[in-house]
Design a protein around this ligand. Structure first.
Ligand code: UD1
Ligand code: CA
Length: 454
């Protein structure tokens, strides 16, 4: 059976009070609409169309990596109207279309797959996801007759009986494409909000004698985010799920309530994570690592047995058995080797640091290639910027850079070279030699008493 999906993401989301379109707000580091797209893909639905309207360009930009197609809903006249705008996408297609709202990021892959299976098994024309909750305020209500779904009534359109129903519409459906397209033509906007409701399609199909089914699922999965408080609720639920997954895989998380791991992060067994770590993006952390408190890692590739403490690592890799921090900042495009020490108050930017090199304290290395087995003394600065352009510094293997050295780029320090403390290096230091680039010390005897300083 042919399958495709439509994701509704054209609304501004008035209730979230934001300049950013609602579906671009992030939950556990990923935009809500991208969560939904990824879930579709995980459920093996590859042909995905996103309905865009409010902030269309931005939504497009933030979803480009996902390789979806788009339909424009220039004016937001309701969820039914939104699906009508995908006419070109549906044109000529047969089979199943799955329709989800872009503001419900918690749905599980297997639930989408189950919805599709149920739809096929029961030969339905429409199958919807519902859930049962204590306080259904704001949600569409599922109205059943003789136990089978009759129609959906929006909260604002409910009569006194309907409003008490606590089975709600999750806003997630599976339709036979032909039946959906026919029913969409019959929608009216004669309701409390003056909108074309997608939910009315259910009643229309039912009144035409078509088979409609429903699948009840956990409310938690179906939460639609309309406000900032609901955003925080979704964040917490997903965070708990992610942390549990890692713990089940053998990662120790000392305090899950204060550990923030993005949904796409992978972590190896026996890694230990202390509180207040934020691990985001496409980060991969190896086995047996220790993440002491207070680090942020975004798109980091971290090897095995690495220790990181109170540091920031962005778009960079760190090799096995390396230690980072406390208070180190590894900026984008850096590659740190194995068994390296990046100590306190060290900043690395767009630099590679070879295996077994020690950069222990108070040092800046930017736009540089550093070999293996080097030692950087305290307070080394790579002077990579002349106010207009950035230049490159190259340090070979086993070099010893004395404390408080300036390496004025572009410059090269060859293998086994030594640099005396306090030097400002502007010329190449040849293999195996010592460079001293500082004024010779002069002692002026008796100066203090002559000056009357004492
Ligand atoms: C919708 C359902 C409701 C259900 C709830 C579940 C309708 C009429 N109501 O209500 O039954 O219980 O979801 O969360 O469908 N959108 C567009 N174009 C529009 C309007 C909305 O693309 O013209 C998009 C929004 O960006 C959003 C989604 O559709 O992602 C849902 O819209 P929203 O206004 O949040 O609908 P609800 O009132 O929550
Ligand atoms: Ca909603």
């Amino acid at each position: 059976m042919n399958k495709c999906a439509i994701i509704l993401a054209a609304g501004q989301g008035k209730r979230i009070k934001s300049n950013l379109p609602k579906v671009l707000h992030k939950v556990c580091g990923k935009e809500m609409v991208n969560h939904v797209i990824d879930t579709m893909r995980a459920a093996d639905i590859n042909d995905v169309n996103v309905i865009i309207g409010k902030g269309a360009e931005l939504v497009k930009e933030r979803t480009t990596e996902k390789k979806v197609s788009y339909s424009l809903q220039a004016e937001q006249l309701g969820t039914g109207h939104a699906v009508k705008c995908a006419k070109d996408f549906l044109n000529g297609k047969s089979g199943i279309v799955v329709i989800f709202t872009g503001d419900a990021p918690l749905i599980k892959n297997e639930t989408v797959a189950n919805l599709v299976d149920t739809h096929i098994k029961e030969s339905n024309k429409a199958t919807l996801l519902t859930s049962i909750i204590e306080n259904p305020t704001g949600y569409g209500r599922i109205i059943r007759k003789d136990n089978s779904v009759e129609k959906i009534v929006e909260h604002k359109d409910c009569n006194e009986h309907e409003i008490k129903v606590n089975e709600i519409n999750a806003g997630m459906y599976c339709f036979d494409i032909k039946s959906l397209v026919n029913a969409l033509d019959k929608l009216s906007n004669d309701n409390a909000q003056g909108e074309y409701y997608l939910t009315d399609v259910i009643g229309i199909l039912k009144s035409e004698g078509e088979k409609v089914g429903a699948m009840v699922t956990e409310f938690e999965e179906t939460i639609g985010v309309n406000s900032r408080s609901e955003l925080a609720v979704a964040e917490k639920i997903l965070r708990d799920r992610i942390n549990k997954k890692h713990m089940d895989n053998g990662v120790t998380i000392i305090d899950p309530a204060s550990t923030y791991i993005g949904i796409d992060v992978e972590i190896g067994q026996d890694t230990i994570i202390y509180p207040n770590n934020v691990i985001e993006g496409d980060t991969l952390i190896g086995e047996d690592c220790i993440l002491y408190p207070n680090s942020r890692i975004e798109n980091g590739k971290i090897g095995n047995s690495v220790s990181i403490q109170s540091s920031v690592i962005v778009d960079s890799s760190v090799g096995n058995e390396t230690t980072v921090g406390p208070f180190a900042y590894i900026r984008p495009e850096s590659t740190i080797g194995n068994n390296v020490k990046i100590g306190d108050f060290v900043e690395i930017k767009k630099a590679s640091i070879g295996n077994d090199t020690k950069v222990s304290h108070l040092t800046y290395i930017g736009d540089a290639e550093v070999g293996t087995g080097c030692n950087f003394g305290c307070g080394t600065v790579v002077v990579n910027y002349d106010g207009k352009k950035k230049y490159k510094t190259i340090v070979g293997n086993n070099a010893f850079i004395g404390c408080n050295t300036n390496l004025v780029s572009p410059v090269e320090v060859e293998d086994n070279a030594y640099i005396a403390a306090g030097s400002t290096i502007t010329k190449k230091v040849p293999n195996g030699s010592l460079a001293i680039a500082r004024a010779k010390q002069t002692n002026i005897e008796g100066w203090v008493s002559r000056k009357g300083q004492k």
